[in-house]
Design a protein around this ligand. Structure first.
Ligand SMILES: Cc1cc2nc3c(=O)[nH]c(=O)nc-3n(C[C@H](O)[C@H](O)[C@H](O)COP(=O)(O)OP(=O)(O)OC[C@H]3O[C@@H](n4cnc5c(N)ncnc54)[C@H](O)[C@@H]3O)c2cc1C
Length: 418
């Protein structure tokens, strides 16, 4: 680990990695220390089998026309689908729903969006659940999709934060994996792995960062860990974090979004136009969105969010797989279960000690805390990471942009290109 550097960067997710590149471009010296055995953080791709990548974290390049990872994907030869519309068939209580019901789902979604925007425009930062229609027959369906987008439930999320997100409605999935893309882009960044930071001390000359592999001195530190890690107290600050900072981290908690992947021996639905479904076994049940054989791969993926995702994560891997297979059978018939293999990847982001959740959502009345979370302490401890983004929070490119922002703040302070 380089010592006596301009900036000690804590965390090698999208934010820490972009900060390292921006620091290098400004002529700053730096060290990146990462707790886990790999880079990428919540951007992480594994292979089910050779040539079958599966994203455990981010997968969609959101707001694609404003997303720097689109150009990075082009540079690194990654492909992506240009999806703009989400038009999944819906399977409810034993059958596919028809056009009239689809129109009702769409109408509810539009009415709810309007109600959320109206409350936010009036500066009434209430919970989403306070303004959406909870009596509509499709309320549970809407709440489920909201929980996937935000990772927390409608009663836990404030309307102003929801509306602050800069959404161009272009969500482009990376075929070879968004995590693989981040790893390829950042392969040239020197990172010390397996080096969890335990303490950050302010000293007369700057900072001392105590890791499991030794202590590093720096003029500044850049903290990019998730808001849940920050508020967990796993990193001890000396002196302690000021109240305004720990309060900001607590008011921007990460919720849960998990992905359940199950490998099939082949895809019996290949070529059908019904490979995707949002499934409810009964009215009002928490739905599950399923994709069978995305991009011609042979696996099924189901996604959960919010409190339900948290509950299923704690129920464990086997319970998650059984939950998904039951819903596959309900939609495509019992025979589909014959194709299910024992190769599974089930994420558990809430239990991951280095993230403690999936992505941040401001609690009602707390959208302004993102700016507080981004604010440096004493001109020496800086902050980046998705939760500090004012318009692209919860995303990989949002994290990337905050890393550059924080590295530039440090370069300005110390005088870049020295
Ligand atoms: C299931 C899921 C689906 C998602 N889908 C999308 C999507 O489709 N599109 C999208 O844009 N975004 C998506 N996201 C969100 C996106 O992945 C994150 O917002 C982004 O990757 C966060 O980057 P970050 O650098 O802020 O934080 P992280 O990636 O969490 O990086 C922080 C790093 O700090 C490390 N760390 C923690 N504690 C310590 C310590 N004590 N010492 C040293 N290092 C430490 C961690 O190991 C981690 O590597 C998804 C996330 C999840 C979980």
């Amino acid at each position: 680990m380089a010592n006596d550097v301009d900036v000690v960067i804590i965390g090698a997710g999208s934010a820490g990695l972009s900060a390292a590149k921006a620091a290098a471009a400004s002529g700053l010296t730096f060290t990146v220390v990462e707790a886990s055995h790999r880079i990428g953080g919540r951007a992480y791709t594994e292979e089910f089998a050779q040539g079958q990548p599966f994203d455990l974290g981010c997968h969609w390049m959101h707001s694609a026309s404003l997303n720097p990872f689109v150009a990075i994907a082009d540079q690194h030869g990654f492909s992506y689908r240009k999806d703009n519309e989400w038009n999944q068939p819906i399977h409810n209580a034993g059958s596919w729903i028809g056009e009239d019901e689809r129109a009702a789902v769409q109408a509810l979604s539009e009415a709810n969006d309007k109600a959320i925007a109206a409350a936010a425009a009036q500066g009434r930062d209430c919970a989403v659940a306070d303004v959406v229609d909870l009596e509509d027959p499709w309320a549970a369906f809407h709440a489920y999709w909201f929980s996937l987008g935000v990772s927390r439930d409608i009663d836990q999320s404030g309307v102003v934060d929801v509306c602050a997100y800069n959404d161009t409605n272009e969500n482009w999935p990376v075929t070879e994996g968004y995590g693989a893309l981040v790893a390829a882009w950042a392969a040239d960044v020197p990172v010390t792995l397996n080096a969890p930071v335990k303490r950050i001390r302010l000293t007369a000359g700057g900072v001392e960062v105590v890791t499991s592999q030794g202590t590093i001195k720096g003029r500044t530190a850049l903290v990019t860990v998730s808001s849940n890690v920050l508020s967990s107290g796993r990193i001890i600050f000396e002196p302690g974090l000021p109240d305004w900072k720990s309060n900001a981290a607590r008011k921007l908690p990460l919720g849960v979004h998990n992905r359940i992947g199950v490998m099939l021996d082949d895809n019996p639905l290949a070529g059908s136009d019904r490979e995707n479904a949002t499934v409810m076994l009964e009215d009002d049940e928490v739905p599950l969105a399923l994709e069978v054989g995305p991009y011609g791969y042979s696996y099924v993926v189901g996604v959960t969010g919010g409190r339900f995702g948290s509950w299923l994560e704690r129920a464990g891997q086997q319970a998650s797989v059984e939950y998904l297979v039951e819903r596959m059978k309900a939609v495509w018939g019992n025979d589909i279960a014959k194709h299910v293999t024992d190769r599974v990847i089930v994420t558990a982001w809430e239990g991951d000690p280095w993230t403690l959740g999936s992505y941040s959502a401001a609690t009602p009345g707390n959208a302004h805390q993102r700016a507080e979370l981004a604010r440096p302490i004493d001109g020496r401890i800086f902050f980046a990471g998705e939760a500090t983004s004012s318009e692209f929070f919860s995303t990989c490119h949002g994290a990337y942009l905050t890393g550059i922002r924080a590295a530039n703040e440090i370069a300005e302070l110390l005088g870049g290109n020295r």
